[in-house]
Design a protein around this ligand. Structure first.
Ligand code: KG4
Ligand code: ZN
Length: 354
């Protein structure tokens, strides 16, 4: 445990008071609310997914996402409070994702959180979405404390991060083009699997041969920790075009498995490079792609080989949810940080910018 964390925990223990946070997340296509006690105890975690709706269009339609959030948000919050058996009066703070994400979608959550916090006289805490994903690791891994390294792989982000302390992040590498999840979604569409691509590629890959097609593993010259996934995506498209021109039948499962292997190999290789350079003995993964079992098993094996403790959230806490926002907000709350009524949605918010 870091000195900082130890001191703070002592303060909380001596006061003996629980901290209960109502958290809201609406940055993309899930309307979510959760009640979290003392950062790591999830009393409720309600997620209303719009996936079925966006599937009709092959991806998230921002305007539809915002409208659906407006329709669902009150109901989702009421359900979160009722499942947790907590009244608004018993809540210590209201937390909300304020970026990055779709601006219209974020605005629904931010406006809602501000209205509730103002009406109930509670502090308001704006949370960075990626910080939420990283903090999802604390929920089931009660012993996990910074410092550790974390690979954040979602539909919008691919970041290799050093978590120096609660709320303190150093970005070692990031994607130069597509995010890992975005590459899964685009390749899934190209091979006729539809949206969302990640889980579908993972499923058909089980029937395929991951060594069947040699897709490229891109390296970025200027920073060895950076990622690039547009090349592997183009290679898949070229491969499909080549097969079509030569009248060779396409084996969907082999393409899926070989693509999945190419992406996860690069993620694991970069992660292990960082482990060796930074000599940190704890490694966590986060974000939607972190629920991928090939990535998890590959990371677990690579970590075990190096005597590094490997952490990951349960799949339901990997994809977007509000419990992770409540956890991140708890550490902000302990640090005495909250926001004013001018909190706004910031679609391109950078990690550690606050
Ligand atoms: O974290 P998330 O729910 O939303 C963002 O913040 O982006 O991540 C969604 C992304 C999508 O691109 C989805 O295809 C991907 O995570 N994903 C997966 C899996 N489950 C979700 N990718 C690979 N394998 C999975 N099992
Ligand atoms: Zn996310």
């Amino acid at each position: 445990m870091s000195m900082f964390a130890a001191e703070r925990n002592e303060v909380m223990e001596s006061s003996g008071k629980d901290v209960v946070i109502l958290a809201i997340e609406s940055s993309c296509d899930e309307t979510a609310a959760a009640v979290v006690r003392n950062g790591r105890e999830v009393l409720s975690n309600v997620i209303s997914s719009q996936i079925a709706l966006h599937t009709l269009y092959g991806g998230v339609v921002p305007e539809i996402a915002s409208r659906k959030h407006i329709e669902k948000i009150n109901q989702v919050i009421e359900e979160a409070l009722s499942r947790a058996e907590v009244t608004l009066a018993e809540v210590d703070a209201i937390a909300v994702t304020y970026g990055p994400g779709l601006v219209g979608a974020l605005l629904v959550g931010v406006a809602e959180a501000k209205a509730i916090a103002y009406a109930a006289g509670k502090p308001l805490i704006g949370v960075h979405h990626i910080e939420g994903h990283i903090n999802a690791n604390y929920i089931e891994n009660k012993e996990l404390e910074p410092p550790f390294l974390c690979l954040v792989v979602s539909g919008g982000h691919t970041h290799l991060v050093k978590v120096a302390d609660y709320g303190k992040y150093e970005i070692l590498g990031r994607t130069r083009d597509d995010a890992a999840g975005e590459a899964f979604d685009k390749v899934a569409r190209a091979i006729g699997l539809g949206y969302p691509g990640g889980p579908k590629i993972e499923k058909v890959s089980r029937e395929g041969n991951a060594e069947a097609i040699a897709f490229p593993r891109a390296k970025v010259a200027e920073n060895a920790y950076d990622f690039s996934f547009s090349g592997v995506k183009s290679a898949v498209l070229n491969y499909i075009n080549g097969c079509n021109m030569k009248n060779i039948p396409i084996v969907q499962a082999d393409i899926a498995a070989s693509f999945q292997k190419a992406v996860t190999d690069v993620l694991i290789e970069h992660a292990m490079m960082a482990v060796e350079e930074y000599q940190v003995n704890k490694f966590a993964i986060a974000g939607g792609v972190a629920s991928n079992s090939v990535l998890r098993e590959g990371m677990r094996e690579a970590c075990e080989k190096r005597n590094v403790q490997f952490y990951h959230p349960a799949p339901i806490l990997c994809t977007d949810n509000a419990a992770m926002i409540g956890t991140a907000a708890y550490y902000e709350y302990l640090a005495g940080r909250c926001d004013g009524w001018d909190l706004n949605a910031v679609p391109n918010l950078k990690l550690g910018e606050r």
